[in-house]
Design a protein around this ligand. Structure first.
Ligand SMILES: O=C(O)c1cccc(C(=O)CC[C@H]2O[C@@H](n3cnc4c(=O)[nH]cnc43)[C@H](O)[C@@H]2O)c1
Length: 221
């Protein structure tokens, strides 16, 4: 039987190359496609949906989709890994005098996707990753006030990034489970681009994906 096919979606080519390099150092990338979809949830959703549709039409469907890349961490060490217990659309909704109302609060649909909990636990153990909600935002947080607002609204959040919810929406539309694995390049908070540790986070991303892959290959939904 051919190995289950897995789609890994990154935002930029540096992340894709880091994932591929990590997989090559590990068990190899057999049955895995790694895509650089662009930055933000819209680009991520469009590219993921296109890849899923194309694979299904060629009768080589994907059984699992992973949003992978670097991220801002909430209280996480730089270079550390996180796995999403929920993939949350953190700024999709409406501002109101009583605070933010999510699309779910507004009755317009889903504001989060929950990956299979047992798979999340197994991946977190294999990749030595923290677990918790990972927020998808369209604007990188740049102030303490915004960081506190997000952390208060999403207790236990471990990271914010810009693509997970788009990837998960596309996967859900195809009935395919989605995961999010991130490595921390910076702290969520006051903007300090000089403090971002992108090379370290990219190296950790490759290592994390290599550690995750055997778990995904062994997973039976
Ligand atoms: O420095 C900037 O002004 C800036 C504006 C938009 C995007 C960026 C990125 O470099 C983000 C690229 C990529 O990395 C993920 N990421 C990393 N850290 C964070 C964060 O603290 N908050 C949100 N996203 C983050 C994200 O998924 C992007 O794909 C820089």
């Amino acid at each position: 039987m051919p190995p289950p096919r897995i789609l890994i979606v990154t935002a930029v080519t540096a992340e894709r190359d880091a994932v591929l390099a990590g997989l090559e150092r590990g068990d190899g990338a057999d049955g895995v496609e790694v895509l650089a979809a662009g930055v933000g949830p819209a680009a991520a959703a469009a590219a993921t949906a296109t890849a899923l549709t194309s694979a299904a039409s060629r009768e080589v469907p994907f059984c699992l989709v992973v949003s992978a890349g670097i991220a801002g961490g909430f209280g996480q060490p730089l270079g550390g890994a996180v796995v999403a217990t929920s993939i949350v659309a953190a700024d999709l909704g409406a501002d109101t005098p009583d605070g933010f109302a999510s699309v779910a609060d507004l009755g317009f649909g889903n504001a989060e996707h929950r990956p299979p909990p047992a798979l999340v636990r197994a991946v977190a153990q294999a990749a030595d990753a923290a677990q918790g909600p990972v927020l998808t935002v369209s604007t990188v947080t740049g102030t303490d006030a915004r960081a506190r607002e997000l952390a208060t609204r999403h207790p236990g959040a471990v990271a914010e990034a810009m693509e997970g919810f788009g990837v998960a929406e596309a996967a859900a539309a195809h009935g395919v489970p989605a995961l999010e694995l991130r490595t921390v390049s910076n702290a969520v908070g006051p903007r300090d681009r000089a403090a971002w540790r992108i090379p370290e986070a990219l190296a950790a991303l490759g290592t994390g994906c290599a550690a995750m892959l055997p778990v995904l290959r062994a997973w039976e939904p």
